[in-house]
Design a protein around this ligand. Structure first.
Ligand code: UDP
Length: 234
């Protein structure tokens, strides 16, 4: 496998072409952004932590029957993945209320959401990733009704696999964001699953173990990311 030209650079990752037309290298950076990139910073070794955690979680999900873009881990900061066409929809699953849903609906922080809630956001930085409904997805041709149903079912299944995995490691999976891609007509889970894209609360102490430490300047960011890595991969 030869790493080729850069195909895309996002806020936390770079995507490189390879000598195979349908495979890419996903490179994880230490750059951190929040609030639609208004806040910027660096979290030392975050790229290494997120690559290792994502690789482990994609393997776990593959074993549970969820098709993902993950092929294999290549190095500390790189994974080999299928080249997919990312759907412009961010799927958020919530087991507890926090973050944007609290501001939007005035819910109490930590409210249990059971059964879990699935929300769609339109992936568009210029618009600030607005919340959208199934009807908006249809109206804007972002996905077919069948694909929407599949995205919801897959996201709930992923939650059912991840929740007990983190519970066993002393972490509550509060909420998370997923991105999916199309590959040969199939929907694959893509992007990453990491403390950047999930919220974890320590079951014993309630301590925030995710990007909220960066968003809210809670301190000990690097140590916390390393602790999550230890619990997930250690
Ligand atoms: N999230 C993400 N990328 C985004 C927006 C949200 O990974 O662009 C994740 C976030 O880390 C959390 C979940 O999705 O785990 C729900 O985020 P929320 O809608 O509460 O938004 P926020 O409070 O981060 O603005």
């Amino acid at each position: 496998m030869t790493q080729g030209d850069m195909l895309y650079e996002g806020k936390a990752k770079k995507i490189f072409l390879t000598d195979k037309a349908d495979e890419v290298v996903q490179y994880f950076k230490d750059d951190a952004t929040a609030f639609n990139a208004q806040k910027k910073g660096t979290v030392l070794e975050k790229g290494i932590v997120n690559n290792k955690i994502s690789s482990r979680l994609f393997e776990l999900l593959e074993h549970a029957g969820v098709a993902t873009h993950f092929i294999k881990n290549l190095s500390d900061r790189e994974m080999l993945a299928r080249r997919v066409t990312i759907l412009p929809i961010e799927v958020v699953v919530r087991n507890r209320a926090t973050g944007s849903i609290i501001k939007r609906l005035g819910l109490e922080e930590g409210l249990v959401i059971d059964p879990p809630l699935v929300e769609f956001f339109y992936k568009d930085d210029a618009l600030g990733d607005p919340l959208i409904t199934d009807d908006h997805v249809r109206m804007m041709n972002l996905a077919t009704p069948d694909q929407v149903a599949r995205l919801k079912n897959l996201s709930l299944k992923i939650n059912e696999v991840l929740k007990p995995f983190f519970q066993e490691r002393g972490m509550m999976l509060v909420d998370f964001k997923l991105e999916f891609g199309l590959w040969n007509g199939e929907i694959l889970l893509a992007d990453e699953i990491s403390p950047d894209t999930c919220r974890f609360w320590d079951i014993k102490t309630g301590e925030r173990m995710d990007k909220d430490r960066f968003r809210k300047d809670l301190g000990r960011i690097e140590e916390t990311y390393q602790e999550v890595l230890k619990r997930v991969c250690g």
